[in-house]
Design a protein around this ligand. Sequence first.
Ligand code: TMP
Length: 209
Amino acid sequence: MTSSRGVWITLEGGDGSGKTTQSNLLSARLEASGRTVVHTREPGGSEVGQLIRNIVLHHRGDIAPRAEALLYAADRAHHVATVVRPALDRGDIVLQDRYLDSSVAYQGAGRVLDASEVRDLSLWAAEGALPDLTVLLDLDPAAARSRLDSADKPFDRLEAEKADFHGRVRDAYLALAEAEPDRFLVLDAAASPEAIADRIRARVEELIH
Ligand code: TMP
């Protein structure tokens, strides 16, 4: 984000694409090199956000698509104001699982809301804040689904959506990356975790040195 001293990196991708593994590896690596890292996520990167996360992921029954978009935007507004901006102002590295590209992909393409309206809503919520780098872990939804199946955890509301939903989410992510090639690093999430981590590390090093 320009005009702040820190560096803001977000990780994006479908459910089961390996974001958690990669952000844990990167966070450990940056900390080992002496950097102060704020490792956070959306939804749920603040106390208020935890409450919102519980609604959007675990509420039983339907949530109207626009209400869902607003809940994610509310989480984002509070998270950026109380966690992300203060950390960037201190000069920290903010490493964040999911940000507004998730809303454009999931609420826009997945729930079929207007993508530019969803993006504008998030930009309003976050007062226009955009990350310095967004890593997109791209994976075929069928491969992602078999990873989630073998993890043997109950699916949340979004994970439980059908294959065509996840196919639209993937296509939307790729279109976002194509539209902003300078911000995005797109990686094949079917590669080995070590190979992916190496690619991410190389790009992050360019950014922080
Ligand atoms: P995760 O934290 O385990 O990745 O789960 C978050 C879920 O919420 C995931 O299925 C994607 C979804 N999501 C949206 O639909 N819109 C958003 O703006 C964000 C941040 C997440």
